[in-house]
Design a protein around this ligand. Structure first.
Ligand SMILES: [Zn+2]
Length: 307
């Protein structure tokens, strides 16, 4: 049995999967911030899963961890994990020492891409992009059944493609990045609210005809559609799967993105021929694609086809 752990800014999801890649147990813990606390959360997740399954942690075949930040997947070192409150952690080595199992660490969006590929891929699916819409915007790429990290690990960082020369300055130093138009932080900047789920509140206000909410919602879905177009025009993946916190909006988001893509196709026979609206879908919400993907990271036997 293998374990996958997805460490997020507020919660940590963990799954145990069997040899066929099926999830047999899952759990969720709150994430405490700081290097020591994040490590402890990961240790607890593995130990509690072992207790649920009724085995010792050393009996797991492997542990994979998905985590935001710059990840060296060779060494398991995590750096610049701003949302988790630390700058450097030898997560792979430290966690392996605590649970007695080999540990692989991967960027969370990449792990989710692998998880989505296995959740949604059919036998004919060879490639998939996972578009993560959270506080920021980034994509993970699975090509020919394998994670594609790029030469420096930046493949899929499309959130930092500048799309508006007059847009606001991005945290990366450029102006008008896609992430500044289509992400949780983009919505927060354009439509401030105290609501617990700001994007949900935005869509609700737009439904009620609030003019500003309508404009911000339109900008959001058009730029998400633009991200889908970038991914297909760049790597021509079979499918783009939308995940991340904003994807919990569900059908209203997907409908808006498809309508934007259909609108562009009306004036472009080229775009129309690519059938973009049919190639977008949402990640299922039933369990964490990133935790599942983390369990599969580095496993060559199961990355060549769908489950
Ligand atoms: Zn940027």
């Amino acid at each position: 049995m293998r374990v996958g752990v997805d460490i997020g800014g507020t919660k940590t999801d963990a799954v145990a999967i069997d040899r066929g890649g099926r999830v047999v147990r899952q759990l969720r813990l709150p994430t405490d911030l700081g290097a020591a606390a994040v490590l402890e959360t990961a240790v607890q997740a593995v130990m509690q899963l072992a207790a649920l399954v009724g085995i010792e942690t050393v009996e797991f075949e492997s542990v994979g961890v998905g985590i935001p930040g710059a990840v060296d997947s060779e060494t398991g070192r995590v750096s610049h994990a701003v949302n988790l409150g630390f700058d450097g952690l030898e997560l792979g080595t430290e966690l392996a020492g605590r649970v007695g199992v080999s540990v692989r660490v991967e960027n969370d969006v990449n792990a989710a891409a692998l998880g989505a590929f296995h959740l949604l891929g059919t036998p004919g699916t060879r490639s998939m992009a996972y578009l993560n819409l959270g506080t920021g915007l980034a994509a993970g790429l699975v090509l020919n059944g394998r994670l594609w990290r790029g030469s420096r690990g930046t493949a899929g960082e499309i959130g930092h493609i500048p799309v508006d020369p007059n847009g606001p300055i991005c945290s990366c130093g450029q102006r008008g990045c896609l992430e500044m138009m289509a992400s949780g932080s983009a919505v927060a900047r354009q439509w401030p609210t105290d609501a617990e789920y700001p994007v949900l509140a935005l869509f609700g206000a737009a439904e009620n005809g609030d003019p500003l909410a309508l404009a911000v919602r339109q900008r959001l879905v058009e730029n998400v559609a633009s991200a889908v177009r970038v991914l297909i025009l760049t790597v021509d993946v079979d499918t783009v799967v939308i995940g991340g916190g904003i994807s919990s909006l569900g059908e209203p988001l997907l409908r808006g993105v498809r309508e934007a893509l259909e609108g562009w196709a009306l004036s472009s026979p080229f775009l129309a021929s690519l059938e973009l609206p049919d190639r977008v879908q949402l990640v299922p919400q039933r369990f964490s694609a990133a935790a599942l993907g983390a369990a599969l990271v580095g496993d060559t036997a199961t990355t060549s086809g769908a489950l």
